[in-house]
Design a protein around this ligand. Sequence first.
Ligand code: AP5
Length: 215
Amino acid sequence: MRLILLGPPGAGKGTQAKMLMEKYQIPQISTGDILRQAVKEKTPLGEEARVYMDRGALVPDQVIIGIIRERLQKPDCKRGYILDGFPRTVVQAEALRETLAGMDSSLDYVLSIEVMEEELIQRLSGRRTCKSCGEVYHIIYGPPKRDGVCDKCGGELYQRDDDKEETIKRRLRVYQAETSPLIDYYKGRGLLREIAGKGEIGEIFERICQVLEGG
Ligand code: AP5
């Protein structure tokens, strides 16, 4: 199964991608996670990306397209994958289409997760992530058992630099301007499925599975 999870910052793409990965045994490919890892390791990619990420802007298309082309060639993508946070512009979507055509492949579904802006801000400002294993929490909607400590591995929880209020607002504007046109792009290609993203995490997962299994 080859999927794209589309949606604004905080829609729950990463949360749902991890659950889909477990259920369908296919990898989650998150460009945000790949970039954050590069920033952490201070690689040349990380140094370049950090400047854009810190101010809530998109990393240049050509950088991201190169990362994805390479990633899709890996053996674990043979059975499918979940693209989380890519594509984010029409240029990226076109590059993906060409890459897949070159591999004699294509997408099955693009799931657009829809959530109101007010809720997105609440979700992002309360998000905490484990420094060691990447597990994601929310201080109100899904808190860890012990404040600041990961339930899974005991690692320290931190707030992402781009989850500060001003940067969140900028990311939401960037989404509207640059990424939301992909909704019509994929609608026009018959691939888009809309998922109501409000409610319990498990409930939203059920909606997604129904779409994937019901066609
Ligand atoms: P990226 O990491 O992709 O961030 P994003 O798209 O802004 O998405 P988020 O990770 O913030 O949100 P999410 O939808 O995954 O929500 P989550 O599940 O965590 O990108 C970061 C940056 O990298 C970009 O700004 C850009 O600079 C760069 N970048 C990445 N990809 C790029 C690309 N393709 N091109 C160019 N630049 C790129 O949930 C959020 C919170 O809500 C969590 O705390 C969670 O616990 C909680 N939550 C989830 N679901 C629910 C629910 N149903 N009810 C209540 N709480 C919930």
